[in-house]
Design a protein. Structure first.
Length: 70
């Protein structure tokens, strides 16, 4: 997992704390299983669509990849 991806996951955790949401709450809002969120947070594995939905729901402007990595 890249440093940029780790930074993005830290932002996700920070926003969840700010909103008072659990990972299960996030999963419910996005419409996925809590296991998918857990897998993403632990290993970084998840589809770009999932990450985009999380980015939208938590209002994160940071990308999970550096542009030069694409």
């Amino acid at each position: 997992m890249s440093q940029q991806h780790k930074k993005w996951l830290e932002l996700v955790e920070q926003r969840l704390d700010e909103k008072g949401w659990s990972r299960s709450d996030l999963a419910f809002v996005i419409g996925v299983s809590p296991a998918m969120i857990t897998k993403l947070m632990k290993t970084g594995h998840g589809s770009d669509e999932l990450k985009l939905e999380i980015k939208k729901k938590l209002n994160i402007s940071e990308s999970w990849v550096k542009f030069e990595e694409r």
